[in-house]
Design a protein around this ligand. Structure first.
Ligand code: AMP
Length: 658
């Protein structure tokens, strides 16, 4: 086979496998086989770049970061839907339809996917452009991000001159949970819900970031098909399935009673769908009938969206338990007498924090009204005070961690209570991942997945245990092997020589970021000296505020912390610093770097700012002192100009460093 043939063969074969995997959910080859063939295709494409075609699976994730999104005018408007909220309103809709069309009308009933609407345009069977709904007439061109969704076909079996379909882009619940678990480990803010997560992802300017979000789509309408005619919605969905789109599940039914039964069934089974749904959509099936009915200024008259009400029911609080999350936050949870709500059995509800409990005066033994809106965790709406039994007492959260017994303290910036235990098992994964991260102890090969395995196999219980790991134990972990185990051990060994500043940062003391760690290391020189410092001494240091000082003192006073440090020292981890703050000429100043700098990479430039007492930040605000603009600076430069913040060229910045 010549290379052209082989490339075509690989493209077609891999696309077929993607279709089986992502659209039909029925993979036939193992992942590694897919990866192997994909790599072969990449090799051939590297050798013969002129032969790369747009439908190659390697072209899904582009590497160009966009400046912004172009606007896209929809040929066929993406209409909104009229909402209905109960069976009476559905019946009323049915009567209007009957009045216009006669009895026994056929309807399609579909789950209403809670994501965001997009249009996909194909020309001659090839994906051409795709856009968000916007105001229904003009949306944003998000073609590059849509390409990253593997269930969107890049080519179709039929080559109609133009074909436009409409669908709902979403993030599956599984992916949403995976991403949040990882973000929690990395100490990043959590995504609020799958819909916002999907919307935010589709609006990323860097397609790579969107690709990481593993979005998916359900196609629910044919907008336009040049050269084809259809008689019913049903037929259009069937045709689109034949064109390899991932289609919305739907049922075609006669009469409004059957429609209502289907709406209820979807509600009962809503947890069985991999995506969040917020209702069901009822549509007249016959396309000529739809035309007859027409649209109002806002909605089609031939469809309605049934919105599921948040269900409410009474239950009793049997107990209140406190969980410790991976970031050390204590979260109180009410244990409830089981109730059926929105298709699931609810046995607990979040109580958020002490303030929430106090405000609603929630007590063990109370009868409460529980609500489940959409798929979110159930909530307690209110206490039924008329049912409060004798002898209840206000609930106060414990003052020590229920998992490790260390003291808890109230977050300086919120209502949360947090455990201070350096070795608290509940926080272990996060603490260890942070310890190993690049800006802390910089232990290569020790990412969250490896940390998790080490902890689960009981090979480590705290950071000090890393230094007594044995290669042969590590080699037994999944996907490890002797060579990678050896590499990991070497990386751990190497981290012993780090400067004290990296160790201080790695300890994960609240409020002590990379810069504060450096300042502390440069000031105290040894860990012993830092440990001996009082809160007053700490506050005297430039850049260390009273809260930070207290966090440091509290942390170092914990027996768990002292034990950890003692063991790190025994293992031979360096506790001295040669870190130097060159001077404090940038004290109190905040710099934002944007565009490409020629002489320094970002990290180095940021370190140079910090070494001179300044702060480097990622976003421009009124607090920014200078913006340093390199080649091809974009939106940050614009913002600086709008806010009237002085902009430095790379040369001017370099001169300030001298
Ligand atoms: P609303 O935004 O509340 O007016 O509801 C209409 C939106 O529901 C549409 O813009 C679509 O994005 C979305 N939707 C989700 N699933 C479907 C479906 N099966 N049929 C029609 N629209 C749907």
């Amino acid at each position: 086979m010549d290379y052209r043939e082989e490339m075509k063969y690989l493209r077609d074969y891999l696309n077929e496998q993607s279709y089986l995997y992502y659209v039909l959910d029925a993979p036939v080859i193992p992942d590694y086989e897919y990866d192997r063939l994909n790599r072969r295709l990449e090799e051939l494409e590297a050798e013969h770049p002129e032969e790369i075609t747009a439908d190659s699976p390697t072209q899904r994730v582009g590497d160009k970061v966009l400046e912004g999104f172009a606007s896209y005018a929809h040929d066929v408007p993406l209409e909104s839907l009229q909402d209905v909220f109960n069976a009476a309103e559905v019946a009323e809709f049915g009567e209007k339809i009957d009045a216009a069309l006669g009895a026994d009308v056929e309807y399609s009933v579909e789950p209403k996917v809670d994501g965001l609407s997009v249009a996909l345009e194909y020309r001659n069977g090839v994906f051409y452009r795709g856009a968000t709904r916007g105001d229904g007439r003009v949306g944003e061109d998000v073609t590059e991000n849509l390409r990253t969704i593997y269930s969107i076909p890049m080519t179709l079996p039929d080559q109609l001159p133009r074909l436009i379909v409409r669908g709902e882009v979403y993030m599956s619940r599984t992916v949403f949970e995976e991403i949040n678990t990882l973000r929690e480990l990395q100490g990043k803010p959590l995504l609020a819900n799958p819909r916002n997560a999907a919307a935010g992802s589709l609006r990323q300017l860097d397609p790579k970031l969107c690709a990481e979000r593993k979005l998916d789509i359900q196609i629910f309408n044919l907008q336009l098909a040049e050269g084809k005619t259809f008689t019913s919605h049903d037929d259009t969905l069937e045709y689109l399935a034949s064109q390899r789109f991932k289609m919305i599940p739907h049922k075609t039914l006669k009469g409004i009673a059957a429609v209502q039964a289907e709406i209820d069934r979807i509600n009962d089974e809503r947890m069985d769908y991999p995506f969040d749904i917020d209702g069901a959509v009822v549509k007249v099936n016959n396309l000529t009938d739809r035309e007859k009915l027409g649209s109002t200024a806002k909605f089609p008259k031939w469809a309605v969206a049934f919105k599921y009400p948040p269900e409410k029911k009474p239950s009793r609080i049997v107990d209140i338990v406190v969980q410790v999350g991976r970031t050390g936050v204590l979260t109180p949870k009410a244990v409830l007498e089981p109730v059926r709500l929105a298709g699931t059995t609810v046995t607990n509800a979040t109580l958020h924090n002490q303030d929430y409990i106090a405000e609603k005066d929630i007590r063990i033994g109370d009868t409460v009204i529980v609500q489940k809106a959409g798929e979110i965790i159930p909530e307690i709406l209110e206490v039924d005070f008329s049912k409060r039994p004798e002898g209840t007492v206000p609930y106060i959260l414990p003052q020590t961690c229920p998992v490790c017994g260390a003291a808890v303290f109230r977050d300086e910036d919120g209502a949360a209570l947090r455990c201070t235990g350096a070795e608290c098992p509940a926080q272990l994964l996060r603490n260890l991942t942070h310890f190993a991260s690049r800006d802390a102890m910089d232990i290569e090969h020790l990412g969250p997945a490896v940390v998790q395995q080490l902890v689960e196999n009981d090979l480590i219980r705290n950071a000090a245990d890393l230094y007594s790991l044995k290669a042969e134990d590590v080699a037994k972990l999944d996907r490890m092997g002797a060579k990678s185990a050896q590499n990991l051990i070497l990386a751990i060994e190497k981290s012993k020589n780090n400067d004290l500043s990296k160790l201080i940062y790695g300890l994960g003391i609240r409020q002590v970021g990379e810069k504060a760690a450096k300042v502390l290391a440069a000031h105290f020189r040894t860990l012993d000296a830092l440990m001996a410092a009082s809160a007053e001494e700490l506050t005297e240091i430039n850049d260390v505020g009273a809260i930070t000082a207290q966090c440091i003192v509290d942390f170092l006073a914990q027996p768990q912390s002292q034990d950890l440090i003692h063991r790190l020292v025994e293992a031979g981890v360096n506790t001295e610093s040669t870190a130097q703050l060159i001077d404090d000429r940038f004290a109190g100043m905040t710099f934002v770097l944007t565009g490409t700098l020629e002489r320094f990479d970002r990290k180095t430039a940021e370190a140079m700012i910090q070494d001179r007492g300044g702060k480097a930040s990622g976003s421009v605000s009124k607090k920014t002192t200078y913006v340093v603009a390199g080649e091809a600076a974009g939106s940050k430069l614009k913002k600086a100009q709008e806010l009237g913040i002085p902009v430095l060229s790379e040369d001017e910045f370099a001169a300030m460093l001298q």
